[in-house]
Design a binder for this molecule. Structure first.
Ligand code: G3H
Ligand code: 13P
Ligand code: ZN
Length: 325
């Protein structure tokens, strides 16, 4: 039986993005695969009074089971109400990197309030056609759609790109008009994973391309994927407690803060959360080798994740305090 996101207490991104673009901040889009990540996201965003997008990738669906994720998202709304004592933050359930029409339909039927159709690996014409088809279905259900133009370097599930293909500003207006999408993910030098820049490479994203894109589609909601900053204290901690992460470098938080003041209204962060959890778990297992209760290492991992997300909301995205705008 299809379920509408509205009956789960979730919201789509339309209102959130309009307010974020106007207010000069970005909505955090944090990936989740398990209960601890979901708890950390809802706790952090409730405490910082930030709207939030809970993201589910195809990998998360395979790992955690689609049905469980749907109930966890519903649980996130109820948990948010409990934590917020009646003042609950807006929560979106979003499909991250949907690659087929069928997957998007399936997610919409199981309670997602927003989907990404990532046609960026297809030709421009095929990307337009696929995105348009998803938008037509999604909008009938008041679900919002994120499209993508340009290819990010790095790994996304089964898709791997060696190099960036920056978004071509000349294409954005036509793409948005033809597809009717609600937001657009662009490629300006961010990339997925913890190894975003090679040693010796200038670790900068192309804010000049972003500016040009904004000139072509003023006020249209822009999304940045691959926006982890790979905090060096976390990398150090992981390596101190037996890990091996050489040359892991991310996006500057200052550049992300700059981007979020413009039409960038959604910033995707996953890898930093993975690093925060791993550092905390490694520390416990390394310093207390006799520990075997999962709560004793997953608990600190959840706390570290929560602290990281509060920091992102406060200092990088600027979304804190905007939940009830
Ligand atoms: O875009 C990639 C996200 O970090 C999700 O990663 O596909 O390994 O779940 P995943
Ligand atoms: P990071 O790997 O930089 O965290 O990016 C996550 C992402 O873009 C999810 O779609
Ligand atoms: Zn992504």
């Amino acid at each position: 039986m299809p379920v509408s996101y509205k009956s789960l207490g979730l919201v789509n991104t339309r209102d959130m993005f309009a307010k974020a673009v106007k207010g000069g901040y970005a909505i955090p889009a944090y990936n989740f695969n398990n209960m601890e990540q979901m708890q950390a996201i809802v706790q952090a965003c409730t405490e910082s009074a930030s709207p939030v997008i809970l993201q589910v990738s195809s990998g998360a669906r395979k790992y955690a089971n689609q049905t469980l994720l749907q109930y966890m998202a519903q649980g996130a709304v109820e948990y948010g109400k409990e934590l917020g004592k009646g003042k609950n933050i807006p929560i979106t359930l979003h499909l991250d990197h949907g690659d087929t029409y069928e997957l998007c339909v399936n997610c919409i039927e199981s309670g997602f309030s927003s989907v990404m159709i990532d046609g960026s690996h297809h030709s421009y014409e095929d990307n337009v056609a696929l995105t348009r088809k998803v938008v037509e279905y999604a909008h009938k259900h008041d679900v919002t759609v994120e499209g993508e133009l340009g290819v990010l370097a790095g790994v996304e599930d089964d898709v791997k790109a060696e190099k960036h293909t920056y978004t071509e500003p000349d294409e954005v207006e036509d793409f948005v008009k033809k597809t009717g999408c609600d937001s657009l993910a662009i490629s300006i030098g961010t990339s997925h994973g913890a190894y975003k820049f090679k040693p010796g490479q200038k670790a900068e994203i192309r804010l000049d391309i972003l500016k040009e894109i904004e000139r072509r589609i003023p006020g249209f909601p822009i999304v940045l994927h691959g926006s982890s900053s790979v905090p060096q204290d976390l990398v150090k901690k992981i390596n101190q407690f037996g890990g091996k992460l050489a040359d892991a470098v991310g996006i500057s938080e200052t550049q992300l803060r700059e981007a979020s003041k413009s039409a960038v209204c959604k910033i995707n962060i996953d890898s930093d959360g993975r690093l925060a959890m791993t550092a905390a778990i490694r520390e416990v297992l390394y310093t207390k080798p006799d520990e075997f209760d999962p709560r004793k290492y997953l608990g600190p991992a959840r706390d570290a994740l929560k602290a990281l997300y509060k920091h992102k909301n406060d200092n990088v995205l600027g979304s804190s305090g905007h939940a009830f705008d």
